[in-house]
Design a protein around this ligand. Structure first.
Ligand SMILES: NC(=O)c1ccc[n+]([C@@H]2O[C@H](COP(=O)([O-])OP(=O)(O)OC[C@H]3O[C@@H](n4cnc5c(N)ncnc54)[C@H](O)[C@@H]3O)[C@@H](O)[C@H]2O)c1
Length: 252
């Protein structure tokens, strides 16, 4: 059974892994044996990769704004060259903007949709073309509870994550027969920088915590097992699945 989850020799791109959930997922993939290239626009990207190398992992960092088509495509080519191939793509980079629906600025709508949805579509396409030409591969998108719910004050985020869930299914339908699996993880409420405002809002924090059957917010390490599963042969017959990683939140 252990071999089913072995990623030795596999090459992965993980977007957004300078911090937060993607950082945990990148670490999980490396612990399972993969070589990882981190795509992130954060100034700490290279240092985060260097720190993983000091721990004995094979890791590269490429600073890239995923909303920029030319930067994104150049980074993709560079990563494939650096690692000598690609087997796994994890689309974890994401952003959040909060305003009441009637006040939501178009600028913020476009910003959120560009990062959370358009760049995910484009990265799936880039990786998919590579996988189609090279015998297959694995894509893991990061959806959200807001792929299922509408939320409050986050219409752009909810629309983008609903879109991530739908495009995951659309790609899966065309690529399942080509040895490419594409699935999504839908994290629940996770204690990361993205949720600083929610964590600090005592009322909302208590409301959310009371609904989580596991009685705690999730952590980046909670994403390791699920991402290794979706990146490994253990999930070869999963296509277009949206898997909650939420301490049971969705069941309530
Ligand atoms: N935290 C949660 O509760 C939660 C819940 C559900 C889904 N998610 C999703 O999980 C993913 C990771 O979230 P997180 O909580 O770790 O967030 P985070 O803010 O801690 O990390 C996001 C990372 O993405 C990078 N990034 C943002 N825009 C980018 C761009 N244009 N180009 C390159 N890099 C960019 C940031 O620099 C950052 O390192 C996101 O897709 C998010 O929507 C988070």
């Amino acid at each position: 059974m252990a071999n089913l989850f072995d990623l030795t020799g596999k090459k992965a791109i993980v977007t957004g892994a300078a911090q937060g959930l993607s950082n945990g997922m990148a670490e999980g993939l490396m612990e399972a044996g993969a070589e990882v290239t981190i795509f992130d626009m954060s100034p700490k990207t290279e240092e985060v990769a260097a720190e993983f190398c000091r721990k004995g992992f094979k890791c590269h960092g490429i600073r890239v704004n995923l909303s920029d088509t030319a930067e994104r495509e150049a980074a993709f080519q560079k990563a494939v060259e650096l690692m000598g191939g690609l087997n796994i793509l994890v689309n974890g980079a994401g952003v959040q903007r909060r305003h009441k629906c009637e006040e939501f600025p178009m600028e913020d709508w476009n910003f959120v949709l560009d990062v959370n949805l358009t760049s995910v579509f484009a990265m799936c396409q880039l990786a998919g073309r590579h996988f189609l030409a090279n015998g297959g591969g694995k894509i893991v998108n990061i959806a959200s509870m807001l792929s299922f719910f509408g939320g409050f004050t986050v219409p752009a985020y909810a629309a983008s994550k609903g879109g991530v869930s739908q495009l995951t299914k659309a790609f899966a339908n065309e690529w399942a027969c080509k040895n490419i699996t594409i699935n999504a993880l839908a994290p629940g409420y996770m204690a990361t920088d993205m949720n600083t405002k929610l964590l600090e809002d005592e009322g909302r924090n208590a409301e959310i915590s009371a609904r989580i059957p596991a009685h705690r917010w999730g952590l980046p390490a909670d994403m390791k097992g699920p991402v290794v599963f979706l990146a490994s042969p253990a999930s070869d017959y999963l296509n277009g699945a949206i898997i909650p990683v939420d301490g049971g939140y969705l069941n309530r």
